[in-house]
Design a protein around this ligand. Structure first.
Ligand code: PMP
Length: 448
């Protein structure tokens, strides 16, 4: 009171009045406390400016459209034409019900477990990865809470701030955010029908090397790539391009982070072997997930890499979240051990084939004169390019949202894109696909 220049008795009277009206509580020997409900009114003058504080920190905010998508997705009745998830009816609910019932008998699932991940699950994954030609011992596997977490761990635990990350242009949108927020310099490499443009990549590597040696450090760039059923384009890197890429990586010394999120979701035949399957020297880090083929809600992914990398990232994981949910890991271990995975994939592929064919037929019917599109061999995505102009993707996004139809414009994946949208045949029901695409075609024609 003295410091504020206020008479003590004035203050005591004021406090008594506040106590009488229930706005503060006195505690014996412990001073006076503002009660929960009236905290705002009393403490207003000393409140931090939360709006300003909410702009701070190292994370970039999502683009407004991404924030709108993330909110609108949970609106009842919304049609989700771009969602990169299996429809609820394609998820293995019955199998997980059974698995979870047997797990509840075991007490250890309720404990913390080692941050690198359950040994049982790592052993199961080691076997599973062999089916894709990848030799990974359990100690070279880190279990992560969704593969997006692997991108964050690598960004903060392996890559020096300011070092270069090369990635496909366009690319998975949250990879861009993870790298940017960690202060890494991104350089987008264009794609052609066989995958990454290696001439362009080679030049980008040379530039990155020159920049780091001018800055007095010898850090080499990392290449982040999604070779099979790319997000958002759906494309597949050819076998030849994969071989050439590995040889370029060897000659230039760069390391590669292979994101295999969609690799297993082939429709007619498997894609060429993963980069990791041909990596004899340990240059490739490989990440996978159960999110796309099984369940994103499990939050279960993995990273395969050299043991020192896995140990380093497990140490950071301990500091971040103490390890992935032990319950999810036990469930995932049972999922593989009981043979559910293989039978689920065999069931899922024809379902996705039907959906893809249905969406392509709708596109032919309603978009043949205004757009062209890809016909993917796996994954979820059709990359549609409007061939008419001018057509603002931003306005199209909002026009569709007003009609309760959600689309994913191309600029979410490449800030400079003006012509594409990413469509997914995995999420919307047949009826929703039809209503949603008719609405989209109508909105596009109206905006032209
Ligand atoms: N990589 C790619 C290419 C993705 O599309 C996604 C999900 N959209 C992820 C990683 C992350 O998935 P999760 O964290 O659920 O494993």
């Amino acid at each position: 009171a003295a410091a504020m220049g206020v008479n003590r008795s004035t203050l005591v009277t004021a406090l008594d009045n506040l106590a009488a009206s229930g706005m503060i509580e006195g505690r014996h020997g412990g001073g006076t406390y503002v009660t929960g409900s009236s905290w705002h009114s009393l403490a207003h003058a000393s409140l931090p400016n939360w709006s300003e504080a909410a702009q701070e920190g190292s994370y970039y905010p999502n683009l407004p459209e991404i924030q709108q998508i993330n909110q609108a997705e949970f609106r009842p009745g919304i049609i989700r034409l771009g969602t990169g998830e299996l429809a609820p009816e394609l998820m293995p609910n019955a199998a997980f019900n059974d698995i979870l019932q047997t797990l509840s008998c075991r007490t250890r699932t309720l404990n913390y477990i080692e941050p690198q991940g359950s040994l049982e699950l790592r052993k199961a994954l080691s076997l599973h990865l062999q089916t894709s030609g990848i030799q990974a011992s359990p100690d070279s596997i880190l279990i992560v809470s969704g593969s997006l977490q692997a991108l964050h761990l690598i960004s903060v635990g392996l890559l020096p701030r300011g070092s270069a990350v090369l990635l496909e242009k366009p690319s998975y949108l949250y990879s861009i955010h993870a790298f940017q927020s960690a202060g890494l310099k991104l350089n987008g490499i264009p794609l052609d029908e066989e995958g990454l443009d290696l001439g362009h990549l080679d030049r980008a590597i040379q530039i990155a090397k020159r920049v780091s040696s001018e800055n007095g450090d010898e850090s080499l760039p990392l290449l982040y790539t999604i070779p099979s059923f790319h997000n958002p384009t759906g494309g597949v890197m050819s076998r030849e391009r994969r071989e050439q890429l590995l040889s370029l990586a060897r000659s230039s010394g760069i390391s590669i982070l292979e994101d295999a999120a969609y690799q297993e979701l082939w429709l007619e035949q498997p894609p060429p072997p993963s980069l990791k399957a041909h990596d004899l020297e340990g240059r490739v880090l490989h990440m996978g997930t159960l999110s796309k083929a099984v369940s994103p809600g499990l939050r279960l992914g993995w990273l395969v890499g050299p043991v020192p990398v896995i140990r380093r990232l497990a140490d950071i994981k301990m500091q971040t979240d103490y390890g992935t949910s032990s319950l999810a890991q036990e469930a995932a271990a049972a999922w593989f051990a009981d043979g559910h995975h293989a039978s689920h994939m065999t069931w899922l592929r024809p379902e996705l084939r039907k959906r893809k064919a249905f969406m392509l037929a709708l596109l032919q019917q309603h978009f043949h004169d205004i757009a062209e599109w890809t016909s993917p061999e796996g994954g979820f995505y059709i990359w549609l390019r409007f061939s008419v102009e001018p057509l603002s993707m931003r306005r199209l996004f909002h026009a569709c949202l007003d009609e309760d139809v959600l689309i994913h414009p191309g600029y979410l994946y490449d800030r400079l894109d003006t012509k594409h949208i990413r469509l997914s045949y995995a999420y919307a029901s047949f009826d929703e696909m039809e209503r949603g695409l008719i609405c989209l075609a109508h909105a596009a024609r109206k905006l032209l």
